[in-house]
Design a protein around this ligand. Structure first.
Ligand SMILES: [Zn+2]
Length: 183
């Protein structure tokens, strides 16, 4: 039977062996690992669960799939590494893995849906924006009291967008606009 003390020592040994920098956070749920910095931020090993989480963060540094652009490939890889390198692995740890992966998958889906909604919104808005620019009603350098700028702001209000003004003119963007949406 592996003790919690041995588990804690194992984490320290692994980090020393692989030259991984450790910083400490209060709870396992706040832990993170960085491949680029060869650093992990982990909670002290007080239970098999915090041990599994610490191994998982080391996995984010040492597992060979961590250069993948697919977030879920990295997460699954880090857990596989944790399980393969643990001194002991329990059913509670398996349940932790399932819970974490399910949470990440749900988060990924939500983020993807948000991105798609934002793009769809941008596609809908873009023709309106260009049309109003072509009318010449908003394409002006802003001056105090310039009534033309009001049109842009009214339009933005109607579209639930924001107005950005610089020397080249007035631009209307969706609230959650990011550069990649325009491509
Ligand atoms: Zn992770």
């Amino acid at each position: 039977m592996t003790t919690v003390l041995e588990m804690g020592q194992h984490i320290l040994d692994l980090c020393a062996e692989h030259k991984i920098y450790i910083s400490w956070c209060p709870r396992p749920s706040q832990a993170s690992g960085s491949l680029d910095d060869r650093a992990i931020d982990i909670a002290p090993t007080k239970s098999p669960i915090s041990y599994a989480c610490a191994l998982h963060e080391i996995g984010h540094v040492l597992d060979r799939h961590q250069k993948s652009n697919d977030f879920m490939v990295c997460e699954r890889g880090a857990w596989r590494w944790a399980k393969a390198n643990a001194l002991a692995w329990t059913p509670a740890m398996d349940r932790l893995v399932a819970k974490c992966l399910a949470g990440h998958a749900a988060g990924e889906l939500r983020r993807r849906q948000d991105r798609e909604r934002s793009r769809a919104r941008w596609r809908r808005m873009k023709p309106k924006m260009i049309a109003s620019l072509e009318e010449g009603s908003v394409y002006h350098i802003r001056r105090p009291g310039d009534p033309v700028v009001c049109h842009a702001e009214e339009l933005a209000l109607k579209l639930d967008a924001f107005v950005y003004t610089d020397r080249s003119g007035v631009w209307i963007y969706p609230h959650n606009y990011d550069e990649t949406d325009a491509q």
